[in-house]
Design a binder for this molecule. Sequence first.
Ligand SMILES: NC(=O)c1ccc[n+]([C@@H]2O[C@H](COP(=O)([O-])OP(=O)(O)OC[C@H]3O[C@@H](n4cnc5c(N)ncnc54)[C@H](OP(=O)(O)O)[C@@H]3O)[C@@H](O)[C@H]2O)c1
Length: 263
Amino acid sequence: MELGIRGKVALVTAASKGIGYGVAKVLLQEGARVVITSRSMDNLRAAESSLKADSSFDVTSFQADLTLEDDLVKLNDFISKQYDGVDILAYNTGPPKIGRFADLDLQDWEYATKLLLMSAVSLCHKLTPSMVTKRWGRLIFITSLTLREPRPNLVLSNTVRLAVAGLMKSLSVEFGPYGITSNGIAQGHIMTDRTKQTSEFEAKRSGRSVEEVIADSVKQVPSGRLGTPEEIGNLVAFLASDKASYVNGVMIGIDGGLVRSLF
Ligand SMILES: NC(=O)c1ccc[n+]([C@@H]2O[C@H](COP(=O)([O-])OP(=O)(O)OC[C@H]3O[C@@H](n4cnc5c(N)ncnc54)[C@H](OP(=O)(O)O)[C@@H]3O)[C@@H](O)[C@H]2O)c1
């Protein structure tokens, strides 16, 4: 199926590894020109060179810490000069600190708000004007299943990501008339470094091995396995495509059936 995103410019944030990397890879396979960002130039160089193993891939990296507004200003300047704006924002973030409420202090809350919410607000402020001018755009917010089903060790994610869902819905209403869609993805357990970290935390807390924690998580998933970053990429590519032009304002779960609620 031709998705109609060949030549479109996509920004994938927090993409030096894990879910962001998988999303970038799939968008590149669909012919998009992709800018990947993260905090570490070394990690980005490694990601870029591995993606460039396919010589047809048009990928560029730019160092930007999502919690630093100066970095986001520089990123936007780079994109404006190099590409005349972004067509597709695949907004992904670094993971927030793991912890229950009593484990977290106010600085943790402020940092998580910058990381998971304010970076989305800032990027949308910067990137939507050119989408409005072009009468075409895709805003895709990669969040977490914690939106639907809070997890005991992920209080920051449980809380702050709800505001991102509100932002996603608000933007779908405000920018829908300009050919821009705004949607979200609430993924379940995806095999990345982050899954290893959360499993290690839970293993320590419960006195089990990391392997036991992962095996117990998998048991809860009707599909019987963890997801892959590329499977998130496939959903992002569909939402970014012309085929999804009437999908607007929804938060789509992708979790192998893990979350049992219907909505
Ligand atoms: N994996 C799962 O099962 C799962 C489930 C639900 C939700 N999530 C959420 O999905 C997101 C991605 O998770 P993941 O599993 O792909 O994690 P990951 O494998 O640890 O990758 C995180 C990525 O974020 C980048 N990053 C971290 N902090 C950043 C910052 N302040 N600014 C810019 N980039 C930053 C990292 O690159 P650098 O180190 O180079 O900066 C890396 O590329 C996270 O928000 C996570 O909480 C994951």
